[in-house]
Design a protein around this ligand. Sequence first.
Ligand SMILES: N[C@@H](CC(=O)c1ccccc1NC=O)C(=O)O
Length: 288
Amino acid sequence: MSEMIELEKLYSPSYWNKRYPRDELIQKYEELISTLSNDTRHEIACNLNIPYGNGDKRKLDVFGTDLPTDAPIFIFIHGGYWQEGNKDLFSYVARSLHRHGCKTIIIGYTLCPQCTLHEIVSDVQLAIKVCLKYALENKTKCISIGGHSAGAHLAISLFPKFYTNLTNDERKLLKSVFLISGIYNLMPLVKTTINDPLKLTEVEAENLSPMFWNFEHVTDTSPKFFVIASENDSPAFVKQSELFANNLKKQEVPNEYMLLEELDHFNIIEKMADENYVIVKSIVNSLA
Ligand SMILES: N[C@@H](CC(=O)c1ccccc1NC=O)C(=O)O
């Protein structure tokens, strides 16, 4: 098989699932999470579509506005290789965390090619600044940030620079970072169709790749990083998570690597609806 087709396959997570044919998997995934999310928006007290920048996608949703004002907060960043997906598909993440007494903030962002990946990275930083201000005003004591797939890339892109530039009070809030089925080396994507709307050059892809960054200066006040992969994901994704967790370890950054058995790129995040799911429990424990 040609190298191109091989790369396309390696970076198409749906190809590796063991449950359904590819198209059926994506359709079922979207149906499930949009239904769960619609229900969640009706069930849980929330404040939707708070703008953090210009345009109709630079908005965030706060769930659990009925909880004590100082309740812990989980902030979630969705994936879709920076060109697909939207925050409304992920309201459901708030439901299980609400049962544990946590508020959830889901961040929306403008997608490529409407903007560049550089702009998305800075949009997410802007959104996190707004969340931190909200948290300090509400006397919140702890925050966890999580991202799935390309969202994990955006979550880790808050480190080290943005994080080290925060105020002490802001930094102290951040207890944990959950990197779920993430992508940390963007260079292989340059040659795939994923790059059509991104238009990254090799140099940009390298500079935007956390795999090559130095995280040593986050250690003093560092949150704990959970690097989580799923057994039935593309081997390229599993390998990237493993290597990235190893890099953190070598740099003495607090981290835990988890390989979740029998899950794939899609049900690893679908299961956030379950309040007893290992990731939900780890988030809640990190905020205790
Ligand atoms: N078109 C891709 C879908 C995909 O990459 C994806 C889908 C949902 C959530 C995250 C994804 N990937 C990374 O951000 C596929 O066929 O697997």
